[in-house]
Design a protein around this ligand. Structure first.
Ligand code: NAD
Length: 392
């Protein structure tokens, strides 16, 4: 491709600003040229506001729009980063790809499976490149697990996220003007976030899919609702989530989320094991497995005999700025160099992660029944759960 890739961003909020930081830095390296920004709320396009988050941003020749279609027609970007709230999509992705524009879609791509199918079909029909914002796939430790597991069988994996309910809004959508929560904390609101399992748990879901290069086959979930008298101030998302997944090639995974108010506590617990090895997140990423041909050995092996370092520590934040930069860099390069192998997912391949978390909600609402993901995606039985509710 001649010259830097012309890129644009839609939705200049919390995540859009993080992407902008990566894009501004990629622009210095002449990998991309930022041609346009779009946001329906002009205040989010102001140079001084953006510079509060992205100090190196200078508007320069970047064009600003409040309408996505006008942006695509006027600025003619090669690729667009869609970073808007997931319940706000109204066919923008479909119309953009029909003009031959490549797509970076933030997760969750929408909250309604029928709309995701429509987006995926439009992307495939247009034949454009796509990636979904699962930056953990670019994390060195998670990639080491993915490589280690390439020829192994999953027994079980666990991703526990002990957290607290979102209290102060870091968000930039003026939801009080959009029929949403008055306090802008849309991640604590079910109609906007689809529950924390959808908004946040989709990352853990996708990370385990990446670890094992597999798809979720079924899901069972049970949540604990937030007490009604606390919902006015803390949002109406559940306070606890337990989700079990079965994978197509075997093995199970557990995802646990806690979201109490007032605790301000954060901890992450993760592991994965095969029938003959356990991977532990320690100071280094380590695998414990006895490799001797005399198994079982006469005496218990020492830690040193069992432990192999898969990746050296310290662990970087798999959600953080490094992997966020890397997913954008590789996406841009994959287009400039016509090399799809640089993309670690596509819109289509990411649909299983979204179907799994949407089906987890349905499982909980139906008393914890096991839901087959293929049935959730295709059967009439679940049609009502795939649609955007009237009035939203
Ligand atoms: N991958 C990650 O780690 C990660 C992190 C945070 C957020 N996200 C995702 O990014 C998306 C945006 O979240 P956020 O945290 O930036 O929210 P936000 O509310 O801070 O920002 C959203 C931006 O989109 C704009 N917007 C609102 N309605 C719009 C519309 N109809 N069309 C275009 N723009 C619109 C808002 O004005 C705002 O500037 C969500 O899907 C969220 O789940 C991903």
């Amino acid at each position: 491709m001649a010259g830097a890739l012309k890129v644009a961003v839609v939705g200049i909020g919390q995540r859009g600003l993080q992407h902008l930081k990566s894009i501004v830095s990629l622009q210095v390296d002449e990998e991309v040229q930022l041609v346009a920004l779009a946001d329906p709320f002009e205040e989010n396009l102001a140079e001084t506001k953006i510079q509060g988050y992205v100090p190196d941003y200078k508007r320069g020749s970047t064009q600003l729009f409040t309408d996505v279609d006008e942006m695509v027609d006027t600025a003619k970007p090669d690729a667009v980063w869609f970073v808007m709230p997931p319940n706000q999509h109204r066919g923008e992705i479909e119309r953009t790809v029909a003009k031959g524009v490549h797509i970076f879609a933030e997760k969750p791509q929408s909250l309604f499976y029928d709309e995701i199918k429509s987006q995926a079909d439009a992307i495939d029909k247009a034949g454009v490149a796509s990636v979904v914002g699962f930056q953990k796939r670019y994390d060195p430790w998670y990639t080491a697990i993915h490589d280690y597991m390439a020829d192994k069988q999953l027994a079980s994996a666990m991703a526990v996220s002990l957290g607290s309910v979102e209290g102060h809004s870091a968000k930039h959508s003026p939801t009080e003007r959009q029929g949403g929560p008055k306090n802008r904390v849309w991640t604590a609101n079910r109609a906007w976030s689809g529950t924390s399992m959808v908004e946040a748990g989709i990352h853990q879901t996708d990370q385990i899919r990446y670890w094992v290069s597999d798809d979720v086959e079924w899901v069972q979930a049970a949540y604990v609702d937030r007490p009604e008298d606390l919902q006015e101030t803390q949002g109406d998302n559940p306070t606890a989530y337990t989700v079990v997944y079965g994978f197509k090639r075997g093995g199970i995974a557990n995802i646990i989320f806690t979201k109490p108010a007032r605790s301000y506590y954060n901890e992450k617990i993760e592991y994965i094991h095969t029938p003959e090895a356990h991977i532990a997140f320690e100071d280094d990423l380590a695998v414990y497995s006895y490799g001797g041909s005399d198994y079982p050995p006469a005496s218990r092996p020492t830690r040193e005999q069992l432990r192999t370092v898969l990746a050296e520590g310290p662990e970087t934040n798999p959600m953080g700025p490094n992997s966020t930069m890397e997913i954008s860099r590789q996406f841009a390069r994959s287009i400039s160099e016509s090399d799809p192998s640089l993309r670690r997912n596509s819109f289509r391949s990411s649909m299983n992660s979204l179907a799994a978390v949407l089906a987890a909600n349905v499982s909980d609402s139906l008393g914890g029944i096991r839901i087959d993901i293929d049935e959730f995606e295709n059967s009439d039985k679940f049609a009502e759960y795939r649609q955007r509710p009237e009035g939203l």
